[in-house]
Design a protein around this ligand. Structure first.
Ligand SMILES: [Zn+2]
Length: 299
């Protein structure tokens, strides 16, 4: 933490890190692939391409783009959210970073949370456990959105899946669902896992007849879920404990984003440094270089 504080003490240090991560081989114009550029004096950390004149900021395309907050604040917030094993609430963030308003802290958290799903992530595959659970939601100030008597009142339904490799959990998925019927369960599984996955579930019939999935349903007694589906069971209990511990209970509003945050941290529990880059919106961006740019560099 001290190391982080020393390294990213200034706007310049943060901008240099961003530059380094985005263009490890030197600046490359995202418009035309040109490598020569001028650093503008009038705009902070912005380069103007010598080829096409396009201006590119080091934060372009990241969640920090056009933000009024200093980069140091973004870096700190991403660091705390990515490395803290339980994550951090807006209130904690506000006090840790000395932010003037709760609203600023809340917006920061919300933006970072929305950067937690990689749109290009690969579906789970191999052997995958799937199960569903019920989470009581926090009711204080909660608008009543469902008329009494319908299913879903007073509770939130969540479907979960964990990829298991040789008895060890790898990646997970969590999704808010409307019901435990076939429609919702199938939509969840088909969105989360790859074809030909070996899906392990309990004997809940909604998992039957999934196209292109090798399904194994295990009949279990009411107390034995943690034996047959140990990893989804653990995922759900950790999720509930986290929701209570960090947020004093999850709310219905934005629940999916909170599930995304939980899964983000779970999936990166061994690669916290990469998690930091991903959160700032630079992790995914450094790897793919357009083909024509690669060609040009080689030539
Ligand atoms: Zn250009």
């Amino acid at each position: 933490m001290i190391e982080f504080q020393v390294r990213f003490a200034s706007e310049r240090a943060c901008a240099e890190y961003l530059f380094e991560r985005r263009w490890p081989e030197g600046f490359v114009c995202p418009g035309c692939g040109e490598g020569r550029a001028w650093l503008l004096k009038t705009k902070a950390f912005t380069y103007e391409c010598a080829g096409c004149g396009r201006q590119t900021s080091v934060t372009a395309g990241t969640i920090m783009h056009a933000s009024k907050l200093p980069l140091t604040i973004w870096f700190w917030a991403a660091f705390l959210m990515a490395t803290h094993s339980n994550g951090i609430s807006a209130l904690q963030l506000q006090s840790q970073l000395g932010l003037g308003s709760y609203r600023t802290a809340w917006m920061l958290c919300a933006k970072l949370r929305r950067a937690m799903v990689n749109p290009e992530r690969e579906p789970l595959s191999g052997v995958v456990e799937a199960d569903e659970t019920i989470i009581p939601f926090r009711t204080k100030n909660d608008p009543i959105v469902v008329p009494a008597g319908r299913s879903g009142v007073g509770k939130m339904l969540v479907a979960g899946a964990v990829e298991v490799d040789g008895g060890t959990p790898r990646r997970a998925r969590l999704k808010v669902i409307e019901g435990f019927g076939k429609h919702d369960i199938h939509a969840f599984v088909l969105g989360a896992v790859a074809p030909n996955t070996r899906l392990v579930t309990d004997d809940w019939p909604s998992y039957n007849d999934l196209p292109d999935i090798k399904h194994k349903a295990i009949t279990i007694g009411p107390m034995a879920a943690h034996i047959v589906l140990p990893w989804t069971h653990r995922l759900f209990s950790n999720l509930k404990r986290w929701g209570l511990g960090v947020y004093h209970g999850l709310r219905r509003t934005n629940l999916q984003h909170y599930l995304d945050e939980f899964v983000f941290r779970f999936n990166r529990r061994r690669t916290r440094h990469a998690a930091f880059d991903t959160l700032l919106g630079i992790g995914a961006r450094t790897a793919p270089v357009p083909y024509h740019v690669l060609i040009r560099k080689a030539a």
